[in-house]
Each structure stands twice: as structure tokens, then as C-alpha cells.
Design a protein around this ligand. Structure first.
Ligand code: ASP
Length: 306
């Protein structure tokens, strides 16, 4: 049986000056995941490895370098799901964990609950040995300046509710055992209200994995993705159509036409075939499947309506 990994680094209008960094970050993440799979590791381990690379890369809106909320703080969400048993682990509103995907994996493996938030999640991190950092360590200068500019422009309903997809990260993997897994990690939307949680850690919305149907990770405007249960929608389309690329396109086309959805999806079929689609101007992604001699990293640009 083959192996496959696909990662995303956000769907939005990525400024040209950032294209190379986004593609390079996605490539490094896909290669980290591929190394795990090629050594016989699990899809779950590959997803965690890939997402950690992007959480550690300050280019992305995940881990250090994430967008700041209205209080000028980083608040992180992540989730991971195992397609063999349908187990999942999710965390949200973290202020002191640099790699939320690892904490999410501990929730999946070491916790009787599926979703922990805020101070309770931080307490669980301590229990399972996931390091806690100073919240200031997660803030980078680029985001601090961006936040200051927004504050200087005043707090208007437009800035509060404007659709603002970002460079959230995610990964989907297929291992030698034929197992699928998916993970997502984000700092959420820029200037979000404190306590806001988007689609990223919500099962069925930001991510879904079931070995018998397929697996998908989403990125984009979370409030819209939640309405559409977009990851499960994409997975159901894989099961219905039998083709990951067509399924991704159908899911995103419905998302776009039904509610003007802004976002992207990456997915893998139960046979290990990858797919992707997006309704935003850009999607950063990278993938490798059995038969490819190297990772393909793409800063996708959408030239026409789907
Ligand atoms: N979906 C994320 C959120 O709404 C943002 C993103 O994907 O960039 O929090």
C-alpha cells in the first residue's frame, strides 16, 4: 500500500512578498510528515510532525507568530483526528502552549474527554508534560505592529466582523497500514474577540477523518466553514464520488455558491489519493504521494470561478 501527505498553510489573499516563505514552510512540513510515513510511522504521528513544523515557523498563523486578538494576545486552537477509530483530541483558547497540536494529540491518547479549553487545557498540559511558555514568547513583531495599526484605526464593527481568513495550518496523512489522520492548528482570525473559536478545532468543520470515507482539513473564514460543516462535507463527497480532487472541488463550489464561502480544503481518499480546492485568491499547500520522487509545494492562485 502507498503513503501520502498533504499540508496547507492557509487560504486567503497571500501578499506576493510572502509567497516564497509560505511555499517553503509548507514544503518543510510535508517533508517532515513524509519522513515519518516513509519510516513506517503512523498517519497520526506524521500529521503531528508536519503541523509542528508550521507551528514553529513564525510565517504562519499557528503557534509562535499567530495573529493577536483584540486584547493583543495570542490564543491558539488545534485538533487532531484518527481515521481508524474516529478518536479525536481538540484544544482551544490556549495562551501558553507553543505546539497546540501536540497537546491535542495528548487529549486524543491520554484523556477521557475530546475537547479541552483555556486554563483547564493548560492544567492538562502540565499533567502530560507539554511545556508551557510565557505568552509573550508567542508574539512576533510583525503581528504586534499589525495590531497596533488596527488599534490606531479604531474599533469599528467593520474591523470586528470583517471576514479575515489567515494562514492557519493543517495536514492530512495516509500511512502504510492504510490509516488516515488529520490535524489543524491556528491562532484564529486577526483581531478576533477574546474567547472566539473558529472552525479549526471543531470536528466535522475544520477537520474530519474516517478510513472508510476519507479525510479533510479546511482553512478560511471559520464562521462560514462552521455553517457548512465543510470538512465532513468534503469527506462525504469523496465517499460519494470516489475521487479526492473532484470531491474537494464540489465541496468548495457548494461552499462558495451557497454562502459566498471563502476558504480552502485539502483531502485524501481511502486509497491515498490527494485533492485540494479553494475559493480564496490563494492557497498555500504541499504534498507527496507514493510514486513522486520529491515534494511538490505550491502557492496556488485561483484564476477563475470554480
Ligand atoms: N479557519 C481559521 C479560523 O477561522 C482561520 C484560517 O483558516 O486561516 O480561525
Amino acid at each position: 500500500m502507498g503513503i501520502a501527505i498533504i499540508v496547507h498553510g492557509g487560504a486567503w489573499e497571500i501578499p506576493p512578498a510572502l509567497h516564497a516563505d509560505h511555499a517553503a514552510g509548507c514544503r518543510a512540513a510535508a517533508e517532515a510528515g513524509w519522513a515519518v510515513l516513509a519510516a513506517g510511522g503512523s498517519a497520526l504521528a506524521a500529521v503531528e510532525a508536519a503541523v509542528r513544523v508550521m507551528e514553529d515557523d513564525p510565517v504562519f498563523d499557528a503557534g509562535r507568530g499567530s495573529h493577536l486578538n483584540r486584547d493583543g494576545e495570542v490564543e491558539l486552537d488545534a485538533a487532531i483526528m484518527d481515521g481508524r477509530r474516529l478518536n479525536l483530541g481538540a484544544v482551544a483558547s490556549l495562551k501558553r502552549v507553543a505546539n497546540p497540536i501536540t497537546l491535542a494529540r495528548h487529549v486524543l491518547t491520554d484523556c477521557k474527554h475530546a475537547f479541552l479549553v483555556g486554563p483547564g487545557a493548560a492544567r492538562f498540559a502540565r499533567q502530560v508534560g507539554v511545556p508551557l511558555c510565557d505568552p509573550a514568547d508567542l508574539v512576533v513583531e510583525r503581528e504586534r505592529l499589525e495590531w497596533q495599526a488596527r488599534v490606531a484605526n479604531g474599533f469599528s464593527p467593520e474591523t470586528e466582523f470583517a471576514p479575515d481568513p489567515a494562514d492557519t495550518v493543517g495536514a492530512v496523512a495516509f500511512d502504510q497500514e492504510g490509516d488516515l489522520a488529520v490535524g489543524n492548528s491556528t491562532g484564529g482570525t486577526q483581531f478576533k474577540l477574546p474567547g472566539r473559536v473558529g472552525d479549526t478545532p471543531l470536528v466535522g468543520c475544520g477537520l474530519y477523518a474516517d478510513n472508510t470515507l476519507g479525510a479533510a482539513a479546511c482553512t478560511g473564514w471559520g464562521e462560514q466553514i462552521m455553517k457548512m460543516v465543510l470538512a465532513k462535507t468534503a469527506v462525504d463527497q469523496i465517499a460519494r464520488l470516489g475521487d479526492a480532487m473532484t470531491a474537494a472541488n464540489v465541496a468548495i463550489a457548494y461552499f462558495q455558491h451557497r454562502i459566498g464561502g471563502l476558504g480552502g480544503v485539502i483531502c485524501i481518499s481511502p486509497e491515498g489519493q490527494v485533492g485540494w480546492a479553494f475559493s480564496t485568491p490563494n492557497l498555500a499547500y504541499a504534498y507527496r504521494t507514493t510514486g513522486m520522487t520529491e515534494t511538490t509545494a505550491v502557492l496556488g492562485a485561483r484564476h477563475s470561478a470554480i
